[in-house]
Write a protein of this length. Structure first.
Length: 223
């Protein structure tokens, strides 16, 4: 009973968590990535479903949903094993940059009028990397907050991240009005998501090496 009361006393709430600079940095890293996720998903959905130059059909709709949802079942089993071996700071930096390349490639495919397997494969790659980034952010939390506050911190961060993703989707709707709803306009809207990934990588770069874990790193060293 005493132990439970002590744990309850030492548990940090959102206000206390936000006082920690490392937690704030990790939170803003998530915000930037989530905003980019929202822009990319809404931009891609607009390109496939609401583009006057494309005729949306059941196969295209099914492919779009598969590209958005499949990474959650495919990437999950492998993410933990890799994140327990690689420095998570580097993971957040390079995964965001790699996701940026996938977003650019998918946007170019949209602009050139490509669809089908090629476009959905690029979207699947971008979403898979996004899932990996999300796992890296969650795995990093125990290294920046107290053990008894990890659950609270994770719930707080993921909830706000979802809100930011919705805001990103709203921004994509506004960008679609600005750029147009044809292939080129849809490509420009979707490509805007790169901004979020670049900002996320830049913020993650501010962490010192090893701060985000894991305790033991098994990866090639930089020359």
């Amino acid at each position: 009973m005493t132990i439970s009361a002590g744990a309850e006393t030492s548990r940090q709430g959102p206000r206390e968590l936000l006082k920690d600079p490392d937690f704030r940095r990790l939170l803003f890293t998530r915000f930037a990535a989530s905003w980019g996720d929202g822009v990319f998903r809404a931009g891609l959905a607009g390109a496939v479903l609401f583009n006057p130059e494309r005729g949306a059909n059941p196969l295209a709709i099914a492919g779009g949903f598969a590209a958005l949802l499949l990474p959650y079942s495919v990437v999950g089993p492998f993410a933990g094993a890799l994140l327990d071996r690689w420095d998570r700071r580097r993971v957040l930096i390079f995964a965001n940059l790699l996701r940026g390349l996938a977003i650019v490639a998918a946007s170019a495919a949209v602009g050139l009028g490509f669809g089908g397997l090629g476009l959905f494969s690029l979207a699947l790659a971008a979403e898979g990397i996004s899932r990996f980034i999300g796992s890296g952010l969650s795995a990093s939390l125990p290294h920046v907050v107290r053990t008894e506050s990890v659950v609270t911190a994770n719930a707080f961060a993921t909830t706000l991240g979802s809100v930011v993703a919705v805001i990103g989707g709203g921004c994509a709707i506004g960008l679609r009005v600005l750029f147009g709803s044809d292939d080129v306009g849809s490509a420009e809207t979707t490509a805007f998501a790169v901004l979020g990934t670049l900002v996320s990588a830049f913020i993650a770069r501010g962490f010192a090496r090893g701060v985000l874990g894991p305790s033991v790193v098994d990866e090639p060293t930089n020359p």
